[in-house]
Design a protein around this ligand. Structure first.
Ligand code: GUN
Length: 289
């Protein structure tokens, strides 16, 4: 049988992120040149998880590169929920802070939903507060979670048709699975949400025109799960024997998918870029565009 090997584009999330960051840098410069202060992101790190510390460092570096300010509040792993709430309340009240990000995961005893509920919706650049999550559900304007926004930008950039497409999302987290399902549905995709109890997962995925894997199960998505010509978005990050591994067998789906995001330099740089966009939006909502 003649093979129908597909030319697969491996998404360069870093290049796309850099293009967008150039525009953000120009916007920040324009604001500062009028005598306004620069936009400012506040990050809160609780505990000493090395991965979280490294993500925070990357986010702060990205801010600095576009001329945005950032501040960091660090609490020990023994911090109580009350202590974290006090920091959030101080940042909510601060005139000099536009966006607040409390890095997840949080130590045991500090409930993420309780912390999210305390963040002022206007400064919730993660889109995780009940108000912004509700606005997304209702299709109203509000801050959207960064990874889902980044995925939508990648699909748009690669001209992946969404209207009428069958999108399959593996994972139902508040930070990726649920919001990306809603964004895709609002863009008129027919969305199937899958999770650990889904039956016939491979068969469901084989029907996907757009497949988003966000569960953190290394190489869950195998080549025979992918419909020829599908857009495959890998959000998962696991570390196996010191090596970073995504939810998708990226090499295996080459020649089958239309596009695939690599687990490094794929979705990650776009997530950070959307964080910068949301912080600038929060700033402009306050000071004017
Ligand atoms: N931990 C991993 N990704 C994220 C994110 O997008 N936001 C927050 N707050 N924590 C995270």
């Amino acid at each position: 049988m003649a093979s129908t090997r597909q030319e697969t584009v491996v998404v360069d999330g870093l290049a796309l992120a850099q293009d967008i960051r150039q525009d953000l840098a120009k916007a920040v410069e324009r604001h500062v040149s009028t005598g306004r202060r620069a936009p400012c992101l506040a990050v809160v790190l609780v505990g000493d998880d090395p991965a979280s510390a490294s993500y925070i460092k990357g986010k702060r570096r990205a801010c600095a590169r576009i001329g945005m300010d950032s501040i960091e509040r660090k609490l020990p792993a023994t911090a109580t929920e009350r202590e974290v709430l006090d920091v959030v309340e101080e940042l909510n009240a601060s005139e000099g802070v536009d966006g607040i990000l409390v890095q997840l995961p949080l130590p045991d005893g500090v409930r993420p939903n309780t912390i999210a509920e305390a963040i002022g919706p206007d400064k919730d650049i993660d889109g995780l507060t009940p108000i912004n999550a509700g606005r997304l559900l209702l299709g109203e304007p509000g801050h959207r979670a960064c990874t889902p926004l980044g995925i939508m930008k990648i699909l748009e950039h690669h001209e992946i048709p969404i209207e009428g497409a069958h999108a399959v999302v593996i994972g139902r987290s508040a930070i990726v699975g649920k919001p990306i399902s809603l964004l895709l549905q609002q863009a008129n995709a027919t969305v199937t949400m899958c999770h650990s109890r889904t039956k016939q997962l491979a068969a469901v995925c084989r029907n996907a025109d757009i497949l988003v894997a966000a569960v953190g199960v290394p190489r869950l998505v195998q080549p025979d799960w992918v419909k020829p010509g599908a857009a495959v978005i890998d959000v998962g990050v696991s570390i196996i024997d010191g090596e970073w591994v995504g939810d998708v067998d990226t090499e295996g789906v080459r020649g089958i998918a239309r596009i695939v995001t690599p687990h490094r330099r794929g979705v990650g740089p776009m997530t950070i870029t959307m964080l910068l966009c949301n912080t600038l939006d929060a700033y402009e909502a306050h000071f004017g565009a």
